[in-house]
Design a protein around this ligand. Structure first.
Ligand code: GDP
Length: 365
């Protein structure tokens, strides 16, 4: 999974990116790899993994990971190529979801590009750039399809979709909120890979004072929440500056610091939960002496496709999946004991994998 962090300059993107990648790298002792300075890999915190790894004395414990891309440089006029705009927009095309950082904190020392703090105006500015960029793509498609549709009547449906989408975007709406007629049309829409068709998580960056009540009294946060609810997006409240401080602490200090602030979890955990939820993702686990590992799959994935996450051969030669819930496995202490109690299911190719399933795949090679 790949998430792109966007937002206007000076809203706290880099601060957030740095603290997330640092915290994610250290919490699981994962070899933090920097592909380039703007891409970081973060591990998904998962208590179940440690418990299973201890039970199996696994040589290796491998958490699921999320890749973050810090997409700086999005400014007014980006879609017209200003400030290297188009280059940044093309980075957004490559991500599964967008984390849109919105400045909701007041600080005289941090200049706002538009003079004052106004989260909804900022959101509109960024959205408009994304819409302009999508409109350009649609125009090109319309020109191409229009010519071809004269020869090939089967393209009429696509031509209508393109016109409908264009009108929708011209009203300032996102492609994600466009109501398609059927699955075929939705598949077509998805194939355009539009920026405004991507799921969005808003990160409301607040001051320290707004953290304890999760931004309930902050007018900016309220407005963002309302907007997100109307658009099927998720919101999470964060203080990037505090996150940066937290990312420099060890585990014990971190727990104390969070408690002092009246918080249950760090921003990284909040963000990962929000993105899993928004993208409809869950994890299944594999456990053994060599390795205990978490794998990310969309909710509704069937056993053979889950196996395919591990290796394409597993999917092709899939025979059966031995499935046990991680709690049952931990309680029984071994797979054999869980089998004896009848807690392990032998599942076929139609089995829909559940979050927290520990799976042993049987397959032909
Ligand atoms: P970017 O341009 O969006 O990447 O913004 P930066 O992360 O570089 O942050 C811009 C400035 O705002 C820096 O001086 C940060 O220290 C400051 N900043 C970031 N987050 C916060 C915050 O939560 N509260 C306050 N007061 N300042 C912040």
């Amino acid at each position: 999974m790949k998430l792109g962090i966007v937002g206007l300059p000076n809203v706290g993107k880099s601060t957030l990116f740095n603290s997330l990648t640092k915290a994610g790298a250290e919490s699981a002792n994962y070899p933090f790899c920097t592909i380039d300075p703007n891409v970081g890999v973060v591990t998904v915190p998962d208590e179940r993994l440690k418990l299973l790894g201890d039970m199996y004395h696994s040589k290796k414990v491998t958490p699921a990971v999320i890749e973050f891309v810090d997409i700086a440089g999005l400014v007014k006029g980006a879609s017209k190529g200003e400030g290297l705009g188009n280059q940044f927009l093309s980075h957004i095309r490559e991500v599964d979801a967008v984390v849109h950082v919105v400045r909701c904190f007041e600080d005289e020392n941090v200049v706002h590009v538009d003079g004052n703090v106004n989260p909804m105006r900022d959101i509109e500015t960024i959205n408009l750039e994304l819409i302009f960029s999508d409109l350009e793509i649609l125009e090109r498609r319309i020109a191409k399809t229009g010519k071809a549709a004269k020869m090939d009547k089967s393209l009429a449906k696509e031509a209508a979709l393109l016109q409908g989408l264009k009108a929708h975007l011209e009203e300032g709406k996102n492609a994600a909120s466009y109501e398609t007629e059927d699955e075929d049309e939705q598949a077509l829409l998805n194939s355009y890979n539009l920026l405004t068709g991507k799921p969005v998580i808003f990160a409301a960056n607040v001051g320290e004072d707004d953290l304890a009540d999760d931004g309930a009294e902050n007018e900016g946060v309220k407005a963002v929440r309302e907007f997100a609810a109307q658009n099927g997006s998720e919101v999470f409240v964060i203080c990037a500056q505090i996150e940066q401080e937290i990312s420099e602490l060890d585990e014990d200090e971190k727990a104390m610091f969070l408690e002092d602030l009246g918080l249950k979890e760090s921003g990284l955990e909040k963000l990962i939960k929000a993105s899993y939820h928004l993208l409809g993702l869950q994890s299944f686990l594999t456990a053994g002496e060599d390795e205990t590992r978490a794998w990310t799959i969309p909710i509704g994935t069937k056993a053979p496709q889950a196996a395919g996450k591990i290796h394409t051969d597993f999917e092709r030669g899939f025979i059966k999946a031995e499935v046990v819930n991680y709690k049952d496995l931990l309680e029984q202490g071994s797979l054999a004991a869980a089998r004896e109690k009848g807690l392990v299911g032998m599942e076929g190719k139609d089995y829909v994998v559940k979050d927290g399933d520990v799976i042993l795949f049987r397959f032909n090679v």
